[in-house]
Structures are given as structure tokens and as C-alpha cells.
Design a binder for this molecule. Structure first.
Ligand code: GLP
Length: 238
């Protein structure tokens, strides 16, 4: 894994925004995989400022809460519209999401995998990381599903995601849909951003621990083109 360490979260976010903008400049019809979460907000803010041309790009979001329709302000779909898609020239139908309110969730996961394949696979996948080592919503478990799937969220992840739910973890959906580890590892290039002390332990174990489904991010060690973009605090030995 390549590692780039910056003094503060702002510089790390700017570096990731530049990587995305450069990808779009080099290959305007790129297929991007994109994350949500607090860390991504500064990345999207800087990306919007760089005014990249999204007109020929396709994007696939990593995950979505089960039960929340796109119009629900707490859905990841609404998050992406707010922070990125309302502010760039992405073409109608080019921003792809998992529909957490779909009637048949297994069929929805299969549809999403087919859509990624039809688009030609993901060129650049941007990831965040949970303090428990999750990527997307691939939670620590004894076994990990390979492809896009339905997943039960851990108490820690529901707590970490409680912000938009009035700070009440009990109101965070119990389940989510997420790209699987094979979906993630099939991306041609992966960039993971982690900032702050709360991510230091997950970063250390991801980088140098054994590859184990107990730390889903450790599977990134198997990929040949991963760049970790860290601030100093996340890079410290947590
Ligand atoms: C959620 C998302 C992940 C993201 C993680 C980190 O759980 N499903 O894709 O990486 O949050 O979020 P934050 O940046 O808010 O710490």
C-alpha cells in the first residue's frame, strides 16, 4: 500500500479531491466509486471547487441504509446530492445508488452489481474507514460476502452514524446494503482516506495486521493499487 501523510485533515481531503479531479481530467468517462461519511464532506467541498467535468462520468455509491428512500434526507443518496451531485455537471442517470427502500433487496443488490459491470467496472474507488475497520458497510464478521449484499450493522457503526438521526443510535437503521469485498477489490485503483485519532487503530491494523474478516479493511492488502491518504493523527500508532 502506498501511504501519503498530511499535517491535517484539510490537506488530506484536498489531496483526495485532486486525485478524483485528475482521474476525470485524464479519463472523462471514468467510473468512480464514492463513499459517504463525515470525512468525505471536505473532499467533496474541495472537489466542487476544482470544477471537474463530470458530464461523461458514472458514479456508484458504496452503500445505503435499508428502509430509507432516496428522498429521505438521512439517506446516503440525499447526502451525495447535497454535497456533490447538486453542485457538479453529472448527467441524469449517471449517479448510481443502491435503493435501500427496494421491495426485493436481494434483487436490488444483483441489479447494482450488473450496473457496475455494464459500466465497465470501477476505475477509481474512494473509501473511508470505520473505527472498527469496516469499509463500505462490510462490518467485522467471521465471514464476508463477496458481492453487494444486505448487512446487519454493529452497535458501534450505528452509534458512529447517529448524527443525522438526531444523535439517537436506536433510530439508525439496523441494516444496510453494501458493495462486497470482491466488488471493492475489483476496482482498478483504490484511495482510502482516514483522518483523526479515532481511526489510528483501524489504520494500523489494516496496514500491518493479518488479513482477516474481523478487520474488513485488511483485505485491501491484497490489491495492487491502493493509496492511503492520512493525516498525522490517523497515521500515529493507535
Ligand atoms: C459509514 C460509511 C463508510 C464510511 C464510514 C466512515 O459507516 N458506510 O463508507 O467510510 O462511515 O465515516 P466517517 O467519515 O464519518 O468517520
Amino acid at each position: 500500500m502506498k501511504v501519503r501523510i498530511f499535517d491535517d485533515p484539510g490537506q488530506a481531503s484536498t489531496a483526495v479531491a485532486r486525485i478524483i479531479a485528475r482521474q476525470l481530467a485524464r479519463q472523462p468517462a471514468s467510473v468512480l466509486g464514492l463513499p459517504t461519511g463525515r470525512t468525505s464532506i471536505a473532499v467533496y467541498k474541495e472537489l466542487v471547487r476544482l470544477r471537474p467535468d463530470f458530464s461523461r462520468a458514472h458514479t456508484f455509491n458504496l452503500d445505503e441504509f435499508v428502509g430509507l428512500p432516496a428522498r429521505d434526507a438521512r439517506s446516503f443518496h440525499a447526502f451525495m446530492d447535497r454535497h456533490l451531485f447538486c453542485r457538479v455537471n453529472i448527467a441524469p442517470g449517471h449517479a448510481h445508488f443502491l435503493d435501500g427502500a427496494a421491495r426485493d433487496l436481494d434483487a436490488e443488490c444483483a441489479r447494482f452489481e450488473r450496473a457496475i459491470a455494464t459500466a465497465g467496472g470501477i476505475d477509481l474507488l474512494v473509501l473511508g474507514i470505520g473505527a472498527n475497520g469496516h469499509i463500505g458497510f462490510n462490518e467485522p464478521a467471521a465471514r464476508l460476502p463477496a458481492y453487494t449484499h444486505r448487512v446487519r450493522l454493529t452497535a458501534a457503526t450505528r452509534r458512529a452514524n447517529a448524527g443525522p438521526f438526531g444523535g439517537r443510535p436506536s433510530t439508525v437503521p439496523r441494516e444496510a446494503l453494501s458493495m462486497g469485498m470482491a466488488t471493492i477489490l475489483a476496482a482498478r485503483t483504490i484511495v482510502l482516506i482516514a483522518t483523526g485519532r479515532s481511526k489510528a487503530r483501524a489504520v494500523r491494523v489494516m496496514r500491518s495486521g493479518r488479513i482477516t474478516p474481523a478487520v474488513p479493511a485488511s483485505f485491501l492488502q491484497l490489491h495492487r493499487d491502493v493509496t492511503l491518504v492520512l493525516d498525522r493523527k490517523a497515521a500515529e500508532h493507535g
